[in-house]
Design a protein around this ligand. Structure first.
Ligand code: CA
Length: 490
């Protein structure tokens, strides 16, 4: 789509395309399915800051998510998937490189104040899929580049503020798109109701603005990519992979369509903030103000994800498409009297990971401690491309376990946050415990240990009374640090 299209023109063309598609299919039903390799397609959706607890079937947050509930019933649900470094850029870099942050170089969020970005030389999941004959699309928030130079016409400012952009947002040139040939994306900009995107051919100063909720807009484009009228979005003779990275339910929480907010009418913040680790008599003011908006964005995400699933079904692509729903990290929303992410608590590191591949992946729940670097090798394993996993990948291929076969399992997942004094925090999530060390300015350690079986809301720090557990987990943590080339010592 040309980048000068207005939203109205885009929608007009969209519906015209839809009408054409039905005709194309009637004339040539094989045109839209992969002919040669028989490899599965991939639809990978990962909204930003969508916590694991915020899906209805988990029976934790009182959210309305009928489509995800139905999807999960037909999928493998990994109940203990962990976002190792629960902020934006480090998750995305681990997802695409299959390596932990010290090895892939993305040790904090990419913005203009830091010399951190995804290196062009890294061989990413998308590079491998491209070279294996896939048509690739990327939609939404990229956040793996740092701004290189002032964005013309934009003043310095914070994301979400008028004139904002230079600090976080960036044009991603084609040579830095790691194999994605269809592009409808931006780097980082928190304007959910007035999003802007650089389309495939657009130059640096040619983003297109849209006046609609970004997640809805991205679902519209994803559906067109899946339908692929006249081969406009991808090569119809190749399998496809599309990554959809909506920014909501990330802040600003109040930029969400009213119809989703209205679905929580009659519920007070006391009804919605139901976790015992929220001090409900005196909650964090942002949680009190925004929990309804956060859940509204969750419900809107659910509806738009459902539309994408419907498109796959309508195009008869359901059986040959792997669909993943996950997130880069969670949202504290008042738990532990905190907001947002970065910390080792469940609401921050706990992400949904739901994967569907009809007739191949048995639908069930599994407590595999999946970490972000495991996603790349596991997907390549599922797609029959295990031989293409680069030798320096640090994640593990868990495709056999996903397919319902036996396989070696990790006993822990790494937690890290490299920002902060003295290299930040490190820790582990085991099936039972959460263990984390926060290194303070004076070099001393603040140690957290929670028994998640006895204390699922992490209200009692038992580090001082459980020296044996701390000793054992410190040893396991040091093994992780060595394995991930991290100079930090526990
Ligand atoms: Ca994020």
């Amino acid at each position: 789509m040309a980048n000068s299209l207005s939203r109205r023109d885009f929608l007009k063309r969209t519906s015209a395309f839809s009408a054409t598609v039905a005709f194309c299919y009637a004339a040539s039903p094989a045109a839209e399915t992969p002919k040669d390799s028989g490899r599965p397609n991939l639809v990978f959706m990962f909204p930003d800051q969508f916590r694991r607890q915020a899906i209805g079937f988990m029976k934790e947050d009182p959210v309305i998510t009928p489509r995800l509930d139905e999807f999960a019933a037909r999928s493998l649900v990994l109940t203990d998937a962990v976002s190792s470094y629960p902020v934006c850029s480090p998750f995305r870099a681990q997802l695409f490189t299959g390596k932990y942050p010290v090895s892939n170089g993305v040790t904090t969020n990419c913005n203009s104040g830091k010399d951190v970005m995804l290196k062009q030389s890294q061989r990413c999941l998308s590079d491998i899929l491209h070279d294996s004959g896939y048509s690739l699309g990327y939609l939404g928030k990229w956040h793996l580049d740092k701004p290189h130079e002032p964005f013309v016409g934009r003043r310095r400012g914070r994301p979400g503020m008028p004139g904002g952009g230079i600090v976080w947002d960036e044009f991603v040139p084609p040579e830095r798109r790691h194999g994605f040939t269809f592009w409808h994306a931006y780097n980082c900009r928190d304007q959910h109701l007035n999003p802007r995107y650089w389309t495939t051919e657009a130059g640096r100063n040619e983003p297109t603005y849209f006046n609609e909720w970004s997640t809805r807009h991205e679902a519209d484009v994803a559906i067109e990519f899946i339908r692929n009228p006249q081969g406009k979005y991808r090569d119809p003779n190749k399998p496809f992979a599309i990554f959809i990275a909506p920014n909501p339910p990330h802040t600003p929480f109040d930029q969400v369509p009213k119809k989703y907010v209205d679905m929580y009418k009659g519920k007070t913040y006391k009804d919605l903030l139901n976790r015992p680790n929220v001090e409900i008599s005196n909650p964090h003011p942002q949680a009190k103000k925004h929990v309804r908006n956060y859940f509204a964005a969750v419900t809107g995400t659910d509806e738009q994800f459902g539309r994408i699933l419907d498109a796959l079904k309508q195009q008869q692509l359901e059986n040959n498409t792997i669909v993943v729903f996950t997130a880069d990290h969670g949202e504290m929303m008042g738990s532990q009297n905190r907001m947002h992410k970065g910390v080792p608590y469940e609401e921050s590191i706990g992400i949904p990971f739901i994967i569907r591949w009809p007739t191949k992946i048995p639908a069930r729940r599994d407590n595999l401690l999946l970490s972000p670097p495991d996603i790349m090798p596991s997907l390549l394993g599922l797609m029959g491309l295990a031989q293409s996993i680069p030798g320096d990948v640090e994640g593990i291929d868990y495709s056999a376990i996903m397919l319902g076969r036996p396989g070696a399992r990790p006993t822990s997942a790494l937690y890290l946050n490299c920002s902060g004094s003295n290299g930040g925090n490190r820790g582990l999530r085991t099936h039972r415990y959460t263990y984390a060390i926060n290194r303070l300015k004076d070099g001393k350690n603040e140690v957290l240990l929670f028994d998640n079986k006895k204390d699922p809301y992490q209200l009692n720090n038992i580090a001082e009374t459980s020296p044996e557990v701390v000793r054992r987990l410190t040893g396991e943590l040091n093994q992780w640090l060595r394995k991930t080339k991290d100079p930090w010592k526990a």
